[in-house]
Write a protein that binds this ligand. Structure first.
Ligand code: PMP
Length: 387
């Protein structure tokens, strides 16, 4: 028997269900993407504020960089020789903005979620996680060895029942959620989560703000800033690879948590630090984020227009944000719909299992602040064309 036959068989199964993934061959030109000779407006990126496509911003940054300060590699883990001052500056700026004692940065959001949870949770810990949390959080939970119960998406009654019935037998309980969910674009009820956390002893609250950081809140700090509950979140994680147009992630926390993670978090300890030039760019963007209100407001206006149009088309839409799923159900229908929109000049992609639950395949529109209202009008025309 061929050694690889288990793989070819699985690939054939995926293909038969319309779930086979292939890497798209794309060429980027700012807000546009070209594929198979077709130039399309990119509605699939996480460049929510349009900063990754902003040449003026990049030019401004490059003007401060010299061959001496362009540091393409940290050449080591931060615990060895890789702790360049820019990492500490970035962390101090994050702590200042969030009003926390400290912050710690990581190579990616995947590193953050798959590393913090195993560092702080063990077999004496109960993790209560929203059913729809991101794969990186699920992997962190699995690696932690903690007992985990997934509560129904945003179901605070079920969460409270679990806290009452189950949490007392564990040393500590962690509630894990995203603030803005990446596949449905809806939000966790942060204030209710905070109330629950305070109602029961020994509860820690972990919130992944990957899709809200930069976009939500007066200063762009995320949904917790908007909800006025920043001090109530024990582990607030954000990522730099989306609205901040960079790479990496962070947690804002107190000194004890920071020192503990530096000693116990494996994806922090056993990896080469991000290139210092990347941290320098992140810091450059971070310092400007609080003033990007116009971009945030325009993004909100684009969303309001699209949501209203979907309501007029009687298309159900769980989203309350710039991430808008249009649920098709069957993977092949989602793929067909995405292709149709691509032919009309909009680069949207189908999202299929295992990224989303079976039977909820969808196209996912990701709005960015550099989209014009004229382009929105064209998108609405395209969306009203029957698939
Ligand atoms: N958290 C959430 C909610 C995400 O959607 C993602 C990635 N899309 C991550 C974490 C991982 O972040 P990164 O891409 O920086 O690894």
């Amino acid at each position: 028997m061929n050694t690889y036959s288990f793989m070819s068989e699985e690939l054939a199964r995926l293909e038969a269900k319309g779930n086979l993934r292939v890497l798209p061959q794309t060429v980027h030109e700012g807000r546009y993407i070209t594929m198979d000779g077709r130039r399309m407006l990119n509605l699939s990126s996480n460049d929510y504020l349009g900063l990754a496509a902003d040449i003026a911003l990049r030019s401004e940054f490059l003007a401060c960089i010299t061959p001496e300060t362009f540091l393409p590699s940290a050449s080591s883990s931060r615990l060895l020789t890789g702790n360049f001052p820019v990492f500490e500056q970035l962390e101090q700026e994050l702590a200042r903005l969030y009003g926390t004692e400290a912050a710690l940065t990581f190579g990616s959001g995947y590193h953050a979620n798959s590393g913090i949870l195993p560092a702080v949770a063990d077999s004496h810990t109960l993790i209560l996680a929203d059913k729809l949390v991101h794969a990186s959080l699920i992997d962190g939970i699995r690696l932690s060895g903690a007992d985990c119960i997934r509560f129904k998406h945003n179901d605070m009654n079920q969460l409270e029942r679990l806290l009452q019935q189950r949490s007392t037998t564990y040393r500590r309980t962690l509630i894990v959620t995203e603030s803005l969910f990446s596949m449905d674009g809806d939000e966790a009820p942060l204030q209710e989560l905070v109330e629950l956390k305070h109602r029961y002893p020994g509860i820690l609250l972990y919130v992944d703000e990957a899709h809200a950081f930069g976009v939500r809140g007066k200063q762009g700090l995320g949904c917790a800033e908007e909800a006025g509950c920043l001090p109530d979140i024990d582990f607030l994680v954000g990522t730099f690879g989306k609205a901040a147009a960079s790479a990496g992630a962070f947690v804002v926390c107190n000194h004890t948590v920071r020192n503990y993670l530096v000693n116990r978090m494996r994806p922090f300890i056993f990896t080469t630090a991000l290139p210092p030039v990347v941290a320098a760019w992140t810091l450059f963007v971070l310092c400007r984020l609080p003033d990007m209100t116009l971009r945030r407001n325009h993004l909100a206006a684009l969303f309001a227009t699209l949501r209203q149009a979907l309501a007029d088309m009687r298309q159900s839409c769980p989203s309350t944000s710039h991430i808008i799923p249009i649920i098709e159900g069957d993977s092949r229908d989602a793929t067909r719909r995405a292709r149709l929109l691509q032919r009309q000049g909009f680069y949207v992609l189908p999202v299929r299992p295992p990224t989303v639950p079976e039977g909820t395949s969808r196209i996912r529109i990701s709005l960015t602040a550099d989209m014009t209202m004229e382009e929105m009008a064209q998108l609405l025309d395209a969306l009203s064309t029957p698939a």
